[in-house]
Design a binder for this molecule. Sequence first.
Ligand code: PLP
Length: 390
Amino acid sequence: MPFAPPEKIVTIGEGQTILQQSSAVARYCGIDDGRLFLQYEGLNPSGSFKDNGMTAAVTHANMVGATQAACASTGNTSASLAIFGSCTNWLEVIVFVGSGKIAYGKLSQALDYGAKTIQLLGDFDDAMQRVREVCAQAGIYLCNSLNPFRLEGQKAIIYRVLESLAWEPPDWIVVPGGNLGNCSAFGKALLELKDLGLIDRIPRLAVINAAGANTLHELYEQKGLRWNGGRPDVAVRDDYFGEMESAGRRAATLASAIEINRPVSLSKALRALDACDGVVREVSDQAILDGKAQVGAGGFGCEPASGASVAGAKLLREEGVIAPSDRVVCILTGHQLKDPNVTVAYHSGDADDFDRLLRARGVQEAAHANQPVVVENDLEKILEVVARFD
Ligand SMILES: *Cc1c(COP(=O)(O)O)cnc(C)c1O
């Protein structure tokens, strides 16, 4: 039964995404052929999984008569909310992005879809704090994943994965972790499906942080923070954030969608990890970009943050946590076109771009680069180059 009356539902056709088996990515990860699947959430209308939850949040905004909605964003939440705003005639959208922290594909969407865009002189964590204050004081509807309707909508990703697998649960679901909304929604969806008797076992969940934004990894794997029946040891978390604050440590990764050090859904994510016998890993930007290049060469492609899923699956296979015969679903959260600067810097072989965009962030080499060949406008020379391809 829908939570909203039909005339209040706001949809842009989200959710028409697919699960694709990928032999190339399976080989890269060391997983048996036919056992690795990629869930392409970048095929949503705004190019990321965020539309799954935004439809529910904007529908709720409609039910309560909101006329303004806002979010803080590393890019994709703002792109999603902006497109929903542009498709309605009653919702003004205000987005807060960190200055210089947003990939161009995403910024271009917020601007093109007419969202009022605030480029805060700070990063995502700063923007998140401010948008909460602004929404509370100015009576604006908040569309970050603190909004429970977002997470309810994101459960649909799991329903589609299972539907594509004929409701035979995989062994693993691997997802990048940023604000931890997906991880939380996935755990809730799987628990509910098990309770309803629609699945007989819950897959294990692997959440992958970027090494430069690894709060969940540090708290869960290093400091042993657990859900603990709904009473996580908040002192462990608060001490960690305190240390981070006094050291002035900021999130830093090329995977800008997960460049977050203070995940708002941390507690809910602990519940999901508890329910799904979860693990958390951190991967380098190098591993993320190499994983992304594999998805591009063996499928529809993805944005950098999504490459963390593949890098994480590879790491867990190397560790022996994932077995070669396990059925593994990697969630690809965003579209290939979101961050062309990073992709071109990786592939093009342009030394200046590589140094400025990638080496400066710790990437040593583009191991899977597909370099364009520069050739004179001369038929003989072109034919020579073509003869060398194969
Ligand atoms: C938002 C986003 C993430 C992070 O998801 P969370 O639910 O915040 O953990 C990862 N990848 C992409 C492409 C995103 O847009």
